[in-house]
Design a protein around this ligand. Structure first.
Ligand code: GDP
Length: 131
């Protein structure tokens, strides 16, 4: 996902360009907005964390782009491309270093495993929305 503050700030094109130029194929792409309830379901794994409520409010605060990306070693390489959760810790040239506002408003989401990538892809896309 490209998160709400990065979309609102007009960074979508540059972020998608970084993704494509790093060798990813976009299988599916959607401009949409999560309701509070949907954001709560999407981030249910973080339910016990103290920032869960803030995270849900933030992710429902405006439209996002959701995508399914394909590449060898996609999960690990994409997490390197987005960089550390906190942009202050992220390496130069990463998406979060360039575009994140803060640890909370950090521009991009990436799945943390192949299994979660499948669950998260199914959350946003039907079979006929993938190519
Ligand atoms: P990620 O895998 O790098 O996205 O990081 P995590 O899985 O640890 O956290 C999920 C998301 O929760 C992050 O991308 C942030 O948007 C948000 N988040 C993480 N830490 C904090 C925090 O301390 N406060 C708030 N408000 N949000 C946070």
């Amino acid at each position: 996902m490209i998160k709400p503050e990065a979309v609102a700030a007009g960074h979508t094109g540059k972020i998608i360009d970084m993704i494509i130029s790093n060798g990813y194929r976009i299988l599916a792409l959607k401009y949409t907005r999560l309701s509070q309830e949907e954001a709560g379901v999407f981030y249910a794994v973080h339910k016990e964390r103290p920032f869960y409520g803030e995270l849900v409010d933030y992710m429902a605060s405006g439209p996002i782009y959701a995508a399914i990306l394909e590449k060898d070693n996609a999960v690990e390489d994409y997490r390197k491309l987005i960089g550390a959760t906190d942009p202050a810790q992220a390496e130069e040239g990463t998406i979060r270093k360039r575009f994140a506002e803060s640890k909370a408003k950090n521009a991009a989401h990436g799945s943390d495993s192949d299994a979660n990538a499948e669950i998260e892809g199914n959350f946003f896309f039907s079979g006929r929305e993938r190519f």
